[in-house]
Design a protein around this ligand. Structure first.
Ligand SMILES: Nc1nc2c(c(=O)[nH]1)N[C@H]1C(S)=C(S)[C@@H](COP(=O)(O)OP(=O)(O)OC[C@H]3O[C@@H](n4cnc5c(=O)[nH]c(N)nc54)[C@H](O)[C@@H]3O)O[C@H]1N2
Ligand SMILES: Nc1nc2c(c(=O)[nH]1)N[C@H]1C(S)=C(S)[C@@H](COP(=O)(O)OP(=O)(O)OC[C@H]3O[C@@H](n4cnc5c(=O)[nH]c(N)nc54)[C@H](O)[C@@H]3O)O[C@H]1N2
Ligand SMILES: [Mo]
Length: 765
């Protein structure tokens, strides 16, 4: 029986029998409720989540529909909000009791469980403790340090939650101060999209809008775990399925959400009606095998076109809008099916079946996530998916397109309003005109450049707007010592994490509001905005009482630091902007008039307003002025493996985590729970390597560049995975990922494809 015919995961390995959603998701939420004891009224807050006039969820970036469900939140969105609204507080008293050395002994989960940060804190090296400070002292102290430092040696990182207003001011601050060192969590995530899609179709984001999902006949799903990472999207998929749309999934793991879904908001489906089957065909591709898959699909579609009298390709579209098909065809003629089967781990007949469906489907959408972007040839994964779509004109018309599923709730928007290390992506003429200064032209540092800068000592100062870089980056164990060499480390956060425990010479930890909380400024309560995965811009208004009266908004914190750092400039009005975020939106509109026309007027448009997309209009802002076919130079997305090395590590998120925030120790949808120090591997591969279930092993990176990269004490768990690959959790496995192992074009770390060796010699010591 082929993998595609199997109804469910192999029964001899851990698995989950129920559909995604359903009662299990309610249990998942109750567990976090019991753990976090949110403040009274948290449920009322959840009822306003993702609705016009309410606040936008801080979990994933999936779009918020114009006609929301009664509960427009999912299991994981509820967890994120409850996590923010906990009753627990991490106060100056707590810090007085614990030195940082002591706190470094706590796990990620334990650190965040201490609750919301309440006061601005400064690190005191003598006592090895954070001590309470005032906002004025913090701003003055940070400003003084930044004035001393060389702007080129400082980095302003931003994690993808902060609003468009915060992002715009933060980017402006960096450029006024004198650098483009503006890495974003996107550099570890969808930078492959920003760079890769731009190259082939001229836009840095996906081309679909929500209504396209009402008209598509086929969805091709590559490496995105919807059930865990964007669960509200399952409603869209379910509706598409019920209309008759087909879904084909390529993923090394049989992720439950893409197998079947029971709508927790539909009483009938929760009790009597069967769950909706999501994927018609589910193919367990080898990690890094998608280029081969897509080469096989394109090859077969071209064959079918030849067999069926040129009726399959959209010749008119290709002639008018594309370039490079001849080269692609020539290359695919050279590629053998044997090579395709070897690299993909799939059979020719399986791929032929999918190609047959593609060739007869009118409207096709390609979806992808980290399974395509986090590879050495991540960009080529995307270019290959674009190839397949272009063959039948599936970009730039209703019901069709390419749709990356973005990560953090505003990560796409931050790039739109200037958080970028690439000066060519910034309208410098507009900045010059508005603020009367010369923006820096030198390319800034991306996240991996920051890691390298930490390692070689060239980065001296860091301001981190959210996030947890110390855990999220590749080579994190090698970098851990380097943080201590920083002259300045400023962390703006909601909850305590590892990055706050690696102080430099001068260190501040500044607590901010969360999105569900009321942001009161001089002119009254302020709304903020974000851009979702489908390029819709939404207003978000928090109404909860803040967790502490000492919290400030992210906008106010950026403005406070900037004002203390920069010389006065009559056109730069930090206090006025903090008092009225509408003025910041006016600046965004003035800087990006095409995308943000009438920004303040459209703030609460139900379902958001679309910021436009040239490729959707078949206007190709590429080098050639056309959509670009790409002939693949290689059939694997993996880097060249070291001699004799054939085992690949993929790093995973569990169902109870948001990036480095670990809600609990359950990975329900994969049938796993308990300690996260595990190594998943299939039973045959275990046998070949003489491993037994529960055995404790050491994993070692096989890239031999002189650096030692090991993670010890991993327990072997048999799991339904392709041959020659293993899986472990992010961030626990991050010491194994070399910073040099990254997408060739965009530098996105290859978190889904690292060559490793399993060592049994240390008994996990
Ligand atoms: N609850 C929750 N929601 C989240 C997050 C979270 O941590 N928790 N994180 C947010 C962020 S920042 C992001 S970027 C997104 C991440 O969301 P996703 O894009 O879904 O990212 P991952 O969970 O890392 O991995 C995606 C899938 O890729 C598969 N995969 C691995 N290697 C390959 C491969 O070579 N080929 C193919 N075809 N598949 C492969 C894995 O099995 C996994 O199912 O989710 C966002 N939403
Ligand atoms: N091995 C491996 N590594 C990976 C990945 C992978 O798949 N595998 N995925 C990568 C990806 S896609 C991403 S996006 C990165 C994530 O990297 P980051 O975005 O840097 O990390 P997060 O875990 O999302 O950050 C969590 C912290 O953010 C703070 N925080 C939460 N909410 C707010 C807020 O509203 N404001 C502020 N100021 N702070 C807040 C809290 O203090 C919390 O501890 O990790 C990357 N690393
Ligand atoms: Mo991400």
């Amino acid at each position: 029986m082929s993998k595609s015919e199997e109804a469910s995961q192999r029964p001899d390995t851990p698995h989950y029998e129920n559909a995604t959603g359903g009662w299990g998701s309610l249990k998942g939420v109750s567990r976090i409720l019991a753990d976090q004891k949110p403040t009274f009224g948290a449920f009322r807050t959840l009822m306003r989540q993702n609705k016009p006039g309410g606040h936008m969820c801080t979990s994933c970036a999936w779009t918020k529909p114009a006609q929301p469900h009664l509960f427009e939140f999912c299991e994981n969105g509820a967890k994120a909000t409850i996590w923010d609204l906990t009753r627990e507080r991490c106060t100056p008293d707590f810090f007085a009791e614990h030195s940082l050395t002591e706190l470094r002994g706590l796990s990620d989960h334990e650190l965040e469980k201490t609750g919301r940060l309440t006061h601005p804190m400064r690190y005191d090296a003598t006592s090895d403790r954070y001590v309470e400070t005032t906002w004025e002292e913090a701003f003055e102290g940070i400003g003084a340090k930044l004035k001393e430092l060389d702007p080129g040696a400082t980095v302003f990182y931003m994690s993808g939650k902060a609003s468009l207003e915060t992002a715009y001011l933060y980017a402006l601050f960096a450029r006024l101060y004198g650098h483009n060192n503006l890495p974003d969590s996107s550099n570890m995530c969808h930078e492959t999209t920003s760079v890769g899609l731009k190259r082939v179709i001229g836009v840095s984001v996906g081309t679909c809008v929500l209504s396209d999902f009402d008209h598509c006949d086929l969805i091709l799903f590559f490496g995105q775990n919807t059930g865990t990472n964007s669960p509200r999207f399952l409603h869209t998929l379910k509706a598409a399925k019920e209309r008759g749309c087909k879904i084909v999934t390529f993923n090394p793991i049989r992720e439950r959400g893409l197998v079947e879904f029971a709508d927790p908001q539909n009483p009938a489906q929760m009790t009597v009606r069967p769950a909706t089957r999501i994927s018609d065909i589910y193919l367990q591709v080898r990690p890094g095998g998608d280029i081969a898959v897509l080469a096989g699909l394109c090859k077969r579609v071209l064959e079918l076109d030849a067999e069926r009298g040129s009726t399959i390709l959209d010749r008119a579209f290709i002639a008018e809008h594309t370039t490079g098909l001849d080269e692609l065809e020539a290359r695919l003629r050279e590629v053998s099916w044997e090579e395709i089967e070897r690299e993909s781990g799939l059979r020719r007949d399986e791929l032929n079946e999918v190609a047959g469906i593609y060739a007869t489907s009118k409207n096709v959408i390609g979806i992808y996530g980290m399974g395509l972007t986090q590879h050495v040839r991540g960009w080529l994964n995307l270019a290959m998916l674009v190839n397949l779509l272009l063959l039948r004109g599936n970009i730039g018309r209703e019901g069709a397109g390419i749709s990356p599923v973005r990560g953090h709730s505003n990560v796409q928007g931050q790039r739109t309003v200037g958080i970028t290390e690439k000066p060519e992506n910034v309208p410098n003429d507009k900045l010059r005109e508005l603020f009367g200064f010369e923006p820096p032209q030198e390319e800034g540092r991306s996240t991996v450049d920051l890691v390298e800068g930490l390692l070689d000592g060239s980065v001296r100062g860091l301001v981190s707007m959210g996030g947890n870089l110390a855990r999220a980056i590749p080579d994190r164990a090698r970098a851990e010592g380097a943080w201590r060499g920083l002259e300045l480390n400023v962390q703006i956060a909601t909850k305590l994490n590892r990055s706050h425990l690696l102080p430099g010479r001068a260190t501040w930890l500044l607590p901010c509001l969360v999105r569900a909380e009321e942001d009161m400024q001089a002119t009254g309560p302020q709304a903020v905005t974000m851009e979702d995965s489908l390029s819709m811009i939404h207003g978000s208004l928090g109404r909860r009482q803040p967790a502490s009266p000492h919290l400030r908004s992210e906008v106010a914190i950026v403005a406070g630091i900037a004002k203390a750092t920069l010389p006065p400039n009559p056109r730069v009005k930090w206090d006025e902007w903090t008092g009225d975020y509408g003025l910041i939106r006016d600046l965004i509109e003035a800087t990006y008039p095409d995308k943000f026309k009438d920004f303040n007027g459209r703030l609460f448009t139900p379902g958001g307003f679309h910021r436009g997309n040239a490729a959707r209009e078949r206007e190709w802002k590429t080098e050639s002025g056309r959509a670009q076919f790409t002939a693949p130079e290689a059939l694997t997305a993996l880097g060249a493996p070291p001699e004799g090395q054939e085992i690949t590590l993929i790093t995973l998120r569990s169902n109870d985590q948001f990036n480095t925030t670990i809600y609990s120790f359950s990975d329900r949808l994969r049938g796993l729970s308990g300690p996260r120090d595990i190594l998943l591997i299939n039973p045959e591969e275990m046998e070949r390597r003489g491993l037994s279930e529960g055995q404790v092993v050491t994993l070692e990176c096989a890239v031999d560049d002189g650096a030692e990269r090991v993670v010890r004490g991993l327990r072997v768990v048999p799991y339904d995975l392709p041959d020659a690959c293993v899986a472990a959790y992010y961030p626990e496995a991050n010491p194994l990922i070399p910073v040099s192992y990254r997408d060739e074009l965009s530098k996105t770390p290859a978190y889904k494809g690292v060559p490793v060796r399993i060592r049994t010699d240390e008994a996990g010591a």
